[in-house]
Design a protein around this ligand. Structure first.
Ligand code: ZN
Length: 231
């Protein structure tokens, strides 16, 4: 891993039990953290190789694949909207995202499995005050993260204390052994519902979805171009 791309501070564990894990790191905002990742930890490289061997990870290929896999509905529409460049911006995964992704990959290895056979969702919120960032990491090591109320309650407290919400991030897993393969960098209709509500309640202006190779950035205006569950 490139020496520049690392967390320079200790992770503080807020919750750790058999059901969930929540931590936070305070880090200085830096260009290195948002640079495209150029090298990866061997654990994430292994995962990337496994995925690479069964599918083209070109983001547009994955978007088209999701569009074709789904019969109808907002998730299909959203894949088309991003595929057509009508909302969001897809780019390579950056340093910060790859560090968080690696953390989830390592958790699965430590649990005696791996992210390829046991897809697991993680979520991160980043808040900023001056040049200081707080980077939260939350997971239940399951394919679907459930209600992320623990991480949100910490972030809301920060907002009350003068921190600004910079973005939220979660990963979209590949399901190599399921009918719906997915792994596309596009917010789901449920994600869009959450973004809209967090934009009103928490000042969310930017949200990210990564698949370990690429990341989509969506901004407030995109929250209303992409479809929610009730659109
Ligand atoms: Zn999602």
């Amino acid at each position: 891993m490139g020496s520049e791309c690392s967390f320079k501070s200790e992770e503080v564990v807020l919750i750790s039990n058999s059901e969930k894990y929540l931590s936070v790191r305070e880090v200085e905002e830096s260009d290195a953290l948002v640079k495209a990742a150029v090298s990866f930890d061997p654990s994430i490289e292994e995962f990337q190789k496994s995925i690479d061997s069964i599918v083209s990870v070109d983001p547009y290929n994955l978007l088209l694949r999701q569009y074709n896999e789904l019969d109808f509905g907002a998730d299909k529409d959203n894949a088309y909207i991003v595929y057509s460049n009508l909302a969001g911006k897809v780019r390579r995964i950056n340093c910060l995202e790859s560090l968080l992704y690696t953390q989830q990959v390592k958790r699965m290895i430590n649990a005696g499995t791996d992210l390829f056979t046991s897809p697991a969702e993680f979520m991160s919120y980043v808040v900023r005050k001056g040049k200081l960032l707080k980077v939260y990491f939350y997971t239940i090591d399951q394919a679907a993260i459930g209600n992320p109320k623990d991480i949100i309650s910490y972030v809301k407290k920060d907002i009350d204390n003068g921190w600004n919400l910079l973005f939220n991030l979660h990963n979209h897993n590949f399901f190599p052994f399921k009918k719906l393969f997915l792994g596309a960098t596009v917010p789901s209709a449920n994600d869009i519902n959450a973004y809209r509500s967090e934009s009103k309640g928490m000042g969310l202006r930017k949200a990210l979805v990564t698949n370990g190779f690429h990341t989509i950035e969506v901004y407030e205006e995109d929250f209303y171009i992409l479809k929610g569950t009730r659109d």
